[in-house]
Design a protein around this ligand. Structure first.
Ligand SMILES: [Zn+2]
Ligand SMILES: [Zn+2]
Length: 81
C-alpha cells in the first residue's frame, strides 16, 4: 500500500527574525523571499527549505517515519472495528 505524508497545508508567514536564522539548516543556502520552509518534528535541527526537510527526514528519521505509518495503520484498524 502506498502511504503519503501529509503536511499541514496552511501557510504561516514569518520573518527571518522570527525564525532566528538566515540560512537553511540543511543545505546552508541563504533563505530567499517567499521560500517555503518548515522544521523537523523529530529533532531540533531548525528551519529548513520544505524540500530539504523532506530529504532530511527521509535520510535521518526513516525509522520514526515508518513507526508513524505503522501507528496510523493501527489506528485506522480500530476505527473499522
Ligand atoms: Zn535548504
Ligand atoms: Zn530531524
Amino acid at each position: 500500500m502506498v502511504s503519503v505524508l501529509w503536511r499541514e497545508s496552511w501557510l504561516k508567514p514569518l520573518s527571518i527574525y522570527d525564525i532566528e536564522t538566515k540560512v537553511c539548516k540543511f543545505c546552508k543556502k541563504t533563505l530567499e523571499d517567499q521560500d517555503f520552509v518548515t522544521s523537523c518534528e523529530f529533532c531540533d535541527i531548525g528551519v529548513m527549505h520544505d524540500h530539504c526537510a523532506n530529504s532530511h527526514i527521509l535520510d535521518k528519521h526513516k525509522d520514526e517515519v515508518e513507526k508513524k505509518i505503522e501507528l496510523h495503520k493501527d489506528k485506522r484498524l480500530h476505527d473499522y472495528q
